[in-house]
Design a protein around this ligand. Structure first.
Ligand code: SAM
Length: 360
């Protein structure tokens, strides 16, 4: 038996095993991707769930060194999608049979912001007879805010750790109270304690990041016992401080391949969690999300933000901008998925099996 066969048939993986898998190339890499697909089909089946993504505000109080909508980027025109536009997008999702929506924004912690999210969550529940599931991705908040949003009806939360290596974290964030590594970890614990299906993730291919860092990120996910993961390639943005390290980056295709390897390896490590096919994959390869779904991912988040706001939520260069007609965009995506043999789970929340298993 080859070393690869031996590792692929394990159920426990050391950091060395994970780094070995992440580094695979050529035929051995294909073997890894196939194994991940096999495990996905066996554990959670062939269904992919849609989450309608609404980027409802790009106003942000943080200054993450990689992010195009960081507070200090004065080129960004700041917006708040109007409440009725958010609700229209949710109604669209519900009528199309999407089980869930994701509300994402920059990070604010004012009382007005916390109240606004509360009201939106309650109204989305009302307009859909409680049928739409709601994921939030609004950054670090107090435990009380998380609790309040949960009581209003949100039941999943995505908060990427970005990197679980503290030293690397502070190479991609300013080191100050507003960007505390410990606070981010504490927030993840608060989310779990509140009862959310909790998701995290990292950017892949960051400057200074090694495969060993990524292996440690995977073990961090396992230790935290996450229910969901959203991770994708780091894609540079010229109006951010991290852009100065562009020369240290792997080629975009290599970052893409490594991101697929990360998804595949995570599926081996945590077979029953939900894994999203991140939008950033599509910034490098127009079929990127479908490729991730063919390997280990089972969630896709079609962008339902009203068209006029899309150009102001550019987290990285080449971020795909949907056409004005979202109906057409969804029909096209559905066709593409069907043609790749993927079954779409309509009118279902598509909750993380891992969460269901750990709660029962
Ligand atoms: N403010 C919330 C938070 O911090 O969790 C949610 C919004 S934030 C813009 C969403 C995600 O975008 C981040 O978690 C980060 O991983 C990703 N992101 C930002 N800039 C990126 C870049 N240059 N390349 C890839 N992903 C990026």
């Amino acid at each position: 038996m080859s070393e690869l066969d031996k590792i692929l048939n394990q159920s426990n993986f050391s950091a060395e095993d994970l780094a070995f898998l992440l580094n695979l190339k050529g035929d051995e890499r294909i073997q890894l991707l196939q194994k991940s697909r096999e495990i996905k089909l066996k554990t959670i089946g062939n269904k992919v769930f849609f989450r309608g993504l609404i980027e409802f505000s790009n106003v942000c109080s943080k200054d993450c060194l990689y992010c195009g909508i960081r507070k200090s980027n004065e080129k960004v025109l700041r917006y708040n999608v109007l409440d009725n536009e958010v609700l229209d997008a949710c109604r669209f999702a519900w009528e199309k049979g999407f089980g869930s929506v994701v509300l994402q924004s920059g990070e604010l912690s004012s009382k007005a912001f916390v109240n606004r999210v509360d009201k939106l969550v309650q109204k989305i529940k009302q307009l859909s007879n409680n049928e739409l599931g709601i994921t939030l991705s609004c950054g670090e908040q107090t435990k009380e805010a998380y609790q309040s949003w949960f009581e209003s009806g949100a039941h999943r939360y995505l908060l990427r750790i970005e990197s679980s290596n503290r030293e690397l974290y502070y190479k991609i964030h300013p080191e100050n109270k507003k960007h505390s590594f410990e606070k981010r970890i504490e927030s993840l614990h608060h989310l779990k304690e509140t009862g959310y299906q909790t998701g995290t993730g990292v950017m892949i291919g960051l400057p200074f990041q090694t495969e060993e860092d990524l292996a440690a990120d995977l073990l961090f996910f396992k230790k935290l016992d996450i229910d969901m993961c959203g991770m994708g390639p780091y894609v540079e943005h010229e109006d951010t401080p991290l852009f100065q390290f562009k020369h240290l980056l792997k080629k975009k295709q290599e970052r893409f391949d490594l991101a697929l390897n990360m998804i595949a390896v995570l599926r081996l490590l945590m077979p029953d969690i939900n894994i999203a096919a991140a939008t950033a994959l599509e910034a490098i390869d127009s079929q990127g999300r479908e490729k991730a779904l063919a390997v280990g991912a089972n969630i896709i988040m079609p962008n339902l933000t009203p068209h006029k706001y899309l150009a102001n939520y550019l987290l990285y260069e080449n971020k795909p901008i949907r056409g004005e007609d979202k109906n057409q965009a969804i029909t096209d995506l559905g066709e593409r998925l069907k043609n790749s043999g993927i079954e779409i789970g309509l009118n279902m929340w598509g909750d993380s099996k891992h969460f269901i298993n750990r709660s029962s």
